[in-house]
Design a protein around this ligand. Structure first.
Ligand code: ATP
Ligand code: LTN
Length: 349
C-alpha cells in the first residue's frame, strides 16, 4: 500500500505527485522529461501518478478518443516501468475529491492569479471561445497536488509556474483557515526538462504539434520511423558536436541532450563519445540508435498490456481506491476547516 501509514520507515519519506494528460500520442519529450524520471523515483519515495483526464477536457475532446487515449496512457506508463506495487497510478476522474477540492480552492484563488498564467495566455490566444475550465486548470492541478500533501512535484519546466501557483494557493488556504496543506516544491529535471522539436529546435516537442511531419518521436514509433525522424532533424551548417547555448546550435544541443538523458552519461562523457564522429549524420544515427533501444522494450510491453483491457481497468480501479484513501480524509478536513462539514443525518434527513 502506498500510504504514509505503510510502515514506520515510510513516515519520513517524501511524497511525490505528478500527472500527465491523455491528450494525444505520448512522445519522447514526455518520456524523457517526465515518465523516465517517475520510474526512477518510485524506488525511493511514496508516489502518486495521475492520468489527468479532467485537465484534458479543458479544451474540446472527442469522447471516444479521450477514452481510448486514457487507457493507452495507462498502458504506456505501466510499459515504461511504473509498478503498481511501488506507486499509486490512477485516473483523475475516478477520484471525485479532485473535482470537489478544485471547487473549494476556486473559492480562495484570486482570478488575477489565473489570468497571469502563461499557459492560459498561450492556449486562449486567438480562440473564439475559451472555457472557464481552461482558466481554472491550475486550480485543479493545485487540488491534485495538495490533497495528497505532496512534498515534491516532478514536472517539465513548462509546468513550473503552475506548481508555484499550487504553492501560493496552499499557503493562502493555510493562512485563512490554519495549517492544512503541505506547501509543495516543483522538481525540474536538469536535462530532459525541455526536449525540443526535431523539425524546429526552437519549439518544445509537444503533443499539440505531433502530427507535424518530423516534429516528434512517438513512444510507439517503430525503429524505422525513429531513424527517419532523427535523419531529418534540423541542425546547422557547422560540424562541431558540443553542448551549446547558442540558438544557432539548438538542434545539435537537443540531440546531445536526448543522448545524455537516455544513456545517463555526463556532458563530458557525451562529448567524448562524439569526438571521432563523422559529422552530424553520424550523430543523428547514433542518437536514433540509443532511442530505438530505449523504447523497444516499452513498445513490446505496451502491446501486451493494451491487449488486456480488463486487466488494465482492474489495475486502475485499485489505484483509484488507494488514491481515495489519502485524498478522501484530506478533503473532509478541508471542508471541516471551511465550515462545510455538518454531520449528515443517518437516513438522509
Ligand atoms: P500539450 O502539447 O498538450 O501541452 P505536452 O506534450 O506538453 O502536451 P503534457 O501532458 O502537458 O504534454 O506533459 C506531460 C509531462 O511531460 C509534463 O511533466 C511535461 O512537463 C512533460 N513534457 C511535455 N513535453 C515535454 C518536452 N518537450 N520536454 C520535456 N518534458 C516535456
Ligand atoms: N498540467 C500538467 C499535468 C498535471 C500535473 C498535475 C502535473 C495535472 N495535474 C499535478 C503535476 C502535478 C501538464 O500538462 N503536464
Amino acid at each position: 500500500m502506498q500510504t504514509r501509514e505503510m510502515s514506520a520507515a515510510a513516515v519520513e519519506e517524501k511524497r511525490v505527485f505528478s500527472g500527465i494528460q491523455p491528450s494525444g500520442e505520448l512522445h519522447l519529450g514526455n518520456y524523457l522529461g517526465a515518465i523516465k524520471g517517475w520510474v526512477e523515483r518510485q524506488r525511493e519515495k511514496v508516489n502518486f501518478f495521475c492520468i489527468v483526464d479532467l485537465h484534458a477536457i479543458t479544451v474540446p475532446q472527442d469522447p471516444e478518443s479521450l477514452r481510448r487515449r486514457t487507457r493507452s496512457v495507462a498502458a504506456m506508463l505501466l510499459a515504461a516501468g511504473l509498478d503498481p506495487d511501488r506507486c499509486t497510478l490512477f485516473i483523475q476522474s475516478h477520484v471525485s475529491a479532485h473535482a470537489e477540492g478544485c471547487w473549494l480552492l476556486n473559492c480562495v484563488t484570486p482570478i488575477g492569479w489565473l489570468e497571469r498564467m502563461t499557459q492560459f495566455k498561450d492556449k486562449s490566444a486567438g480562440q473564439e471561445r475559451v472555457s472557464t475550465g481552461l482558466l481554472g486548470y491550475p486550480v485543479l492541478m493545485a487540488a491534485d497536488i495538495i490533497l495528497y500533501d505532496a512534498d515534491e512535484v516532478p514536472v517539465g519546466v513548462d509546468q513550473k509556474q503552475h506548481v508555484e501557483l499550487a504553492r501560493d494557493i496552499a499557503a493562502r488556504f493555510n493562512r485563512l483557515y490554519g495549517e492544512t496543506f503541505v506547501v509543495p516544491e516543483p522538481v525540474i529535471p536538469e536535462v530532459g526538462a525541455r526536449v525540443m522539436g526535431l523539425n524546429d529546435p526552437a519549439v518544445k516537442m509537444s503533443k499539440t504539434h505531433s502530427d507535424v511531419r518530423g516534429h516528434a518521436v512517438g513512444m510507439l514509433d517503430d525503429p524505422k520511423e525513429i531513424e527517419r525522424s532523427f535523419k531529418r532533424a534540423v541542425t546547422d551548417s557547422g560540424n562541431e558536436i558540443a553542448f551549446s547555448n547558442d540558438p544557432g546550435k539548438a538542434g545539435v544541443n537537443n540531440l546531445l541532450g536526448i543522448y545524455k538523458v537516455v544513456t545517463g552519461r555526463s556532458k563530458d562523457e557525451v562529448e567524448r563519445d562524439f569526438e571521432n564522429a563523422r559529422g552530424y549524420g553520424d550523430l543523428k544515427s547514433r542518437v536514433a540508435e540509443v532511442v530505438i533501444e530505449e523504447l523497444r522494450p516499452v513498445r513490446e510491453r505496451y502491446r501486451r498490456l493494451i491487449g488486456d483491457v480488463a486487466e488494465l481497468d482492474a489495475l486502475m480501479a485499485v489505484g483509484a481506491e488507494r488514491a481515495e484513501d489519502v485524498s478522501g480524509p484530506k478533503l473532509r478536513e478541508v471542508k471541516d476547516r471551511i465550515g462545510l462539514a455538518l454531520p449528515r443525518m443517518a437516513g438522509g434527513g
